[in-house]
Structures are given as C-alpha cells and as structure tokens.
Design a protein around this ligand. Structure first.
Ligand code: E4P
Length: 218
C-alpha cells in the first residue's frame, strides 16, 4: 500500500520526503488555506513537485464542468506529477471524463458511498478518495464503505485506485491496509504515530543503558 502525505505544509512534506517515507502528496483547498501563507497556490504545488517524486493531488475550485476542466488543465501543465482533484458532483464527474480523455490523471474527492465510487470509476478516475473519518464522524462506518468499494472494483474489474482519505489514527491505516486500499493519505501527525510504540522506546532505552555499562565503543 502506498502512503501519501495529506498536507500543503512544505516543511512537513520536506521532512517526510527526505526520509523517503511517502510516495505522494494530497492537498485540498482547506489545507492550502491553512499553509500557503503569502505564497500563490500554484507556487506551493510547484514547490511540492520539487520535493516529492510521486503523484501530487491539486484540487480545482470551480464548480462548473468547463471551469473545472480549465483549472485542471492549468494545474496539470504545472508538472507531470500533478493529479487533478475534482469533487464527486455531476459537474465533477463530467470534468473527470473530459480530463481523463485528455490523459490527465484525476482524483475524485469527497466520496462517501460505494455507488458514488462506481460513477467515478466509470468516469475514468485514476483515484477515488473515500473519506473514512468524516463518515465515522456522522455515525456511519467509513471502513465498511472502503471495503464495499474494494469489492465493487474487484468484481467489475475497475482499475481506479482506492485512496483511503480522512484517516485520523493508526488503526484507520491498519484497517485500510486490511481491506485492500491501494493508497492511504495521512496527515503528518498520523504518519509519525505509525512509527511509535512504547515497547520500541523502552527497549531502546534498555539497550543503550546496558551498552553504557559495557563501557566500550563500536
Ligand atoms: C483527502 O484528500 C483529504 O484532503 C483529506 O484526507 C480530508 O481529511 P479530513 O477529513 O481530516 O479533513
């Protein structure tokens, strides 16, 4: 399963990319609003493209098909790794089909059901982004929706990749792996939570104090 970082924070992206922990990046308008500061959004996407050699999702903000296609073409022209993110609306699905026919990769976002995911696959989406945490927030079972999408895509042979989004904690990541998501996009906090375990920390402390007792150098 590939791991993408879900942020527009350049310092966080640099940190994870230098450690080779991530295969790509996802952003959305809210993440840009939080992190762009004085930078133009396109500058942020360009800088991310310099930091990460993998798919980078950049979202359109138009709400009509023509506007989405125009923005999508502009974003895709920035760098070969840019994937155009469109919302799962009728206009978004039409834009997805047009962009896909023009060989521009797409990520259909704000997916909350398997039947929505079916339409995205039929529109030629490269990625579908079911929002697991936001479904859990409203009392639904986000992971069940992810599993339904996996079954549906496998049964009908769609090659749209399932990008598990809105993951809030390590358990979400594990469950997304178990149901066969192709990608998990994680906020930086969740990425670093994955590597911590109290037994690793206490085990290392013991190794180091025993080694100190030996009084030798390597
Ligand atoms: C995915 O592409 C979205 O940017 C993201 O995962 C949404 O997560 P949130 O529900 O925590 O905002």
């Amino acid at each position: 399963m590939k791991i993408f970082l879900d942020t527009a924070d350049l310092d966080e992206i640099r940190r994870a990319a230098e450690a080779r922990l991530i295969d790509g990046v996802t952003t959305n308008p809210s993440l840009l609003a939080k992190s762009a500061g004085d930078r133009e959004p396109v500058e942020v996407f360009m800088e991310i493209s310099r930091l990460v050699d993998g798919p980078i999702s950049a979202e359109v903000v138009a709400t009509d098909t023509e506007g989405m296609v125009t923005e999508g073409e502009k974003l895709a022209a920035l760098h070969e790794n840019i994937v155009v993110k469109v919302p799962l609306t009728e206009a978004g699905l039409r834009a997805c089909r047009t962009l896909s026919d023009r060989e521009i990769r797409t990520n259909v976002t704000l997916c909350f059901s398997a039947v929505q995911a079916l339409l995205a696959a039929k529109a030629g989406a490269t990625y579908i982004s079911p929002f697991v945490g936001r479904l859990d927030d409203v009392g639904h079972d986000g992971m069940e929706v992810l599993a339904e999408i996996r079954d549906l895509y496998d049964t009908y042979g769609y090659d749209t990749e399932i990008l598990a989004a809105s993951l809030r904690h390590p358990r979400h990541v594990l469950e997304a792996m178990k149901v066969g998501a192709d990608v998990a996009t994680l906020p930086p906090k969740v990425l670093y939570q994955l590597m911590h375990h109290p037994l690793t920390e206490s085990g290392l402390a013991t190794f180091l104090s025993d080694w100190e007792g030996l009084g030798r150098a390597l």
